[in-house]
Design a protein around this ligand. Structure first.
Ligand SMILES: C[S@@+](CC[C@H](N)C(=O)[O-])C[C@H]1O[C@@H](n2cnc3c(N)ncnc32)[C@H](O)[C@@H]1O
Length: 269
């Protein structure tokens, strides 16, 4: 395992207990039957009952198991062994059938031989991947002819900003365009409200929206749509306010920027 991957694996192992204790993930609510999926993916992906669904970067499997509750036959994949161990134990505890595989995305073709109706991935995934062309090839390789790939993710434009405490505004801090060398982030708290800090830092890569689309098209997929939304699934900046619908928004005096995108692509039948 290379240095970047190993550091990120440890970082994500550390985050599991932080997230489990957070209100944002609300694991107890999930156990009691609450659906953690958001309106965008629920409406856009639609009825998954009877479908074979591969969830890439599934974290500790809550969303994977939520799709299973809606009738999908699910397989979740993640780099973090602690996340996958928890996903497997949740599957058993809740009696929701699921298969979970612990691997780096790029090694998945060597760890799994199968075909899926849907390949799914969501919120906070692309920044952990050094190479989107290989990512798209992995996705295409696991789709059956006629199968669909769906991603709902933080918008790459929103990723360039950082909150400036002193001026109380957003400032441009991170690159929009991809670079070969990753950015290093020091150990610290996670993006949830949960207590605790990671013991190691993390490496992240920027990816532009054009790179996402072009990688998928290059791997032989046809893009059905690309949607952009001014709402966010999590509190990205301290100035954001949460609506009754659960989505976080910039306050009305700040000009709207895209915070989330979704994309559906199909493999030719
Ligand atoms: C922000 S989380 C995804 C969150 C998911 N939407 C959720 O809310 O549960 C990102 C996940 O990507 C995983 N990950 C990071 N790099 C990876 C890689 N190279 N291969 C597979 N999984 C990876 C991490 O372990 C982490 O669980």
């Amino acid at each position: 395992m290379d240095k970047y991957l190993e550091t990120n694996r440890q970082n994500w192992n550390d985050r599991v207990s932080i997230h489990v204790a957070s209100r944002m993930y609300d694991l107890e609510g999930f156990k009691a039957g609450k659906n953690p999926l958001h309106s965008i993916e629920l409406e856009e992906l639609g009825d998954v009952s009877g479908k074979k669904l591969l969830h890439l970067q599934c974290h500790f499997g809550m969303d994977t198991l939520a799709w299973a509750r809606l009738g999908a036959q699910v397989t979740g994949v993640d780099l973090s062994d602690e996340a996958i161990a928890l996903a497997r134990s949740l599957s058993e505890e809740l009696g929701i059938p699921a298969r979970f595989i612990c691997t780096d995305i790029y090694s998945l073709p060597g760890a799994l031989e199968d075909e899926f109706d849907v390949v799914y991935t969501s919120y906070g995934v692309l920044c952990w991947l050094p190479d989107l062309r290989r990512w798209a090839e992995v996705i295409s390789g696991f789709l059956r002819p006629g199968g669909r790939f769906y991603i709902v993710e933080d918008h790459p434009l929103a990723n360039i900003f950082e909150w400036d405490e002193a001026s109380g505004t957003l400032r441009i801090e991170y690159p929009y365009f991809p670079r070969e060398e990753p950015m290093y982030f020091e150990p610290g708290p996670s993006y949830t409200d949960g207590e605790g800090v990671t013991s190691v830092g993390a490496y992240e890569w920027s990816h532009s929206l054009g790179e996402v689309v072009t990688s998928l098209v290059g791997a032989g997929l046809e893009v059905d749509y690309l949607h952009e939304f001014p709402i966010c699934a999590w509190r990205r900046f301290p100035c954001m306010v949460q609506g009754e619908d659960g989505w976080w928004r910039l306050p009305p005096d700040v000009v709207e920027i895209p915070m989330t995108f979704s994309l559906m692509a199909s493999k030719r039948g």
